[in-house]
Design a binder for this molecule. Structure first.
Ligand code: HEC
Length: 97
């Protein structure tokens, strides 16, 4: 009888743990792609990101620039959206480590 109760408690705790873990943010490149396509091509095309034109040379600078452009655009993206857009840009264009 006592063992059953422990099994139930452990199972419940484990389910709660899974719930918390699954809510944690995983980078979503497809979200970054669509956010970028919808918001970011008003002032510059993607050729701004090309190796011969870019002024950005590391991931930190890329994040800073995405925040700056988000700010001047007034889109007020969440931190997760910034992260997704940076991952999309890095994956597609910059390829920083
Ligand atoms: C209001 C106009 C404007 C919009 C809209 C805009 N940007 Fe920019 N963006 C700029 C300008 C201007 C530069 C060039 C800054 C420079 O050369 O110093 C730039 C440069 C960049 C760069 C750096 C390019 C490089 O490698 O040199 C990135 C990355 C970037 N923007 C991302 C974004 C993202 C993501 C969005 C959507 C949130 C966005 N931009 C929307 C104006 C804009």
């Amino acid at each position: 009888m006592k063992n059953h109760r422990i099994v139930i408690i452990v199972t419940t705790l484990f389910s709660l743990f899974l719930l918390v873990v699954s809510k944690a943010h995983a980078v979503d490149i497809e979200n970054g792609r669509s956010l970028h396509a919808e918001n970011c091509l008003a002032c510059h095309a993607t050729n701004t990101y090309s190796p011969d034109k870019r002024k950005i040379h590391d991931l930190a600078a890329l994040t800073t620039q995405v925040k700056r452009c988000d700010f001047s655009l007034g889109t007020q993206w969440f931190d997760e959206d910034i992260e997704d857009a940076v991952s999309y840009l890095n994956n597609e264009f910059y390829h920083f480590k």
